[in-house]
Design a protein around this ligand. Structure first.
Ligand code: NCD
Length: 440
């Protein structure tokens, strides 16, 4: 179904992918960005974006949509509604569903359901190993043929180094990346938060930074050995940032992402803000780390060591979190707070607006070569002919995070009650308006 032409007028168009930062109009026709100055045969629907920022739709490399199998936590419909409200037009669904995305039938189920109900483009990642059990490789060729954009056992590390080597070899032959949940479970040894003084005070078992760094180090060596592309998911420690930086300088095929929460919170957030001894919404993998780690992640984001901000949107039901800290399901709902959390860094003068947008648009697209893989030339940019994926942002609007108001079924956010600056007003995916606060 071709969407009607849409004209977005008078906004400040910031498109890091094409180096654009100028006030102007943007015309979307037939699901694509029109050449500048083009006109429509019919009258276009108009959005007045004066005083607002117009940018490419955001791309999330790390989204848990929970369907199939855990629809009480999230569905493809609710998760992509949350994506649209957060300004995202493309999300990469993680394979830790039930059943796992380790065969063509599950990939096709997600693609079919998304085509019917999704408010964002859903790209699918396949599992590295069967059932994500870490024992045998999944049918990676079948998953690639079904359209998967990469492989991940997210939520679990592939402990068997020989298997990971083979995964990288097959992925390389298939021209796809391996997305790495880098946490050595033997070192982590059942830790539920960062190993440090907060864990000691709370009497909780900690996971040292070395669990992540040892895992990253091994996989960088395997990427160097095989030539396979490794993408380090949710980098959280200063040491891991350094490892990626050094590997990139050596020419290892590596890319990396960081989450908004690892750019914002430290392990001290686990202490909570009220009378409860701890805040289970801060239980997340990898765990929230120290100030030094947060600073290193911001530095890595700024200098390009880290290619993308990815949400690791991990919605859970209230009952999954209303329990002891070590029994709480790890993860937090992230799609609807991501942009405003990254904009905190802009408002604090840590990174520029264009840099922030780059890590949410062309950065993720380039990191996983999504334009080539999907055949959507220009994905992640507003170049003429690119998919008509656009977000209109009020960078100065102050709003308060209210879990009940989130479109996601997951209300598990440590940012409950936070005042954030910068809000998505309109999202357009493939030329269709998927969210419009201006009409509310
Ligand atoms: C993820 C989830 O809930 O699927 N949780 C999280 O804390 N990031 C899986 C995982 O990476 O552990």
């Amino acid at each position: 179904m071709a969407a009607e032409p849409l004209l977005i007028t008078g906004g400040r168009i910031i498109d890091p992918g094409t180096g654009t930062d100028a006030v102007g109009d943007l015309l979307l026709i037939d699901g694509r960005v029109a050449v500048p100055g083009a006109r429509t045969a019919t009258a276009a629907r108009t959005i007045d974006a004066r005083g607002l920022v117009v940018a490419p739709g955001l791309i999330d490399l790390h989204t848990h949509l929970r369907e199939p199998g855990q629809e009480y936590k999230e569905t493809i419909a609710s998760g992509t509604r949350a994506a649209a409200r957060g300004g995202f037009t493309t999300v990469c669904a993680m394979p830790n569903t039930d059943p796992a995305i380790d065969n063509r039938a599950v990939v096709e189920y997600i693609q079919r359901t998304a085509a019917e109900v999704a408010a964002a483009r859903v790209l699918v990642t396949g599992a590295i190993t069967r059932g994500r059990a870490g024992k045998q490789l999944a049918e990676m060729g079948e998953l690639a043929a079904a359209g998967c954009i990469g492989f991940s056992d997210d939520g679990t590390y592939v402990v068997d180094s020989g298997l990971m080597r083979h995964a990288l070899e097959y992925a390389r032959a298939l021209g796809l990346p391996v997305l790495d949940h880098a946490e050595d479970p033997v070192i982590a040894a059942g830790g539920v938060m960062h190993e440090g003084w907060v864990a000691t005070r709370l009497g909780l078992k900690g996971t040292p930074a070395a669990a992540e760094e040892a895992a990253v180090a091994r996989d960088l060596q395997l990427a160097a050995l095989t030539g396979g592309h490794i993408h380090i998911q949710h980098v959280s420690t200063a040491g891991a940032v350094d490892l990626v930086r050094t590997a990139k300088a050596r020419g290892v095929p590596v890319t990396a992402e960081v989450t908004p929460h690892h750019l914002t919170l430290t392990h001290e957030a686990v202490l909570g803000r009220d009378t409860a001894p701890y805040d289970t919404s801060c239980r997340v993998n990898p765990p929230l780390r120290t100030d030094r780690d947060v600073e290193a992640c911001i530095d890595g984001l700024r200098d390009g060591t880290i290619d993308a901000v990815a949400t690791d949107h991990a919605p859970h039901a209230t009952t999954d979190k209303l329990c002891e800290f070590d029994l709480a399901a790890p993860g937090l709902t992230g799609l609807e707070t991501a942009l405003a959390l990254v904009l905190r860094l802009v408002h604090a003068g840590r990174i520029s607006f264009a840099e922030a947008l780059a890590r949410l648009t062309c950065g993720p697209a380039r990191a996983l070569r999504l334009a080539e893989r999907t055949g959507l030339t220009g994905l992640g940019t507003l170049a003429a002919g690119a998919p008509a994926d656009v977000v209109v942002i009020d960078p100065d609007r102050i709003w308060t995070v209210q879990p009940a108001a989130l479109a996601s079924k997951g209300k598990n956010t440590p940012f409950d009650g936070w005042q954030l600056t910068g809000q998505v007003l309109v999202t357009v995916a493939s030329g269709t308006v998927t969210y419009n606060a201006l009409e509310n």
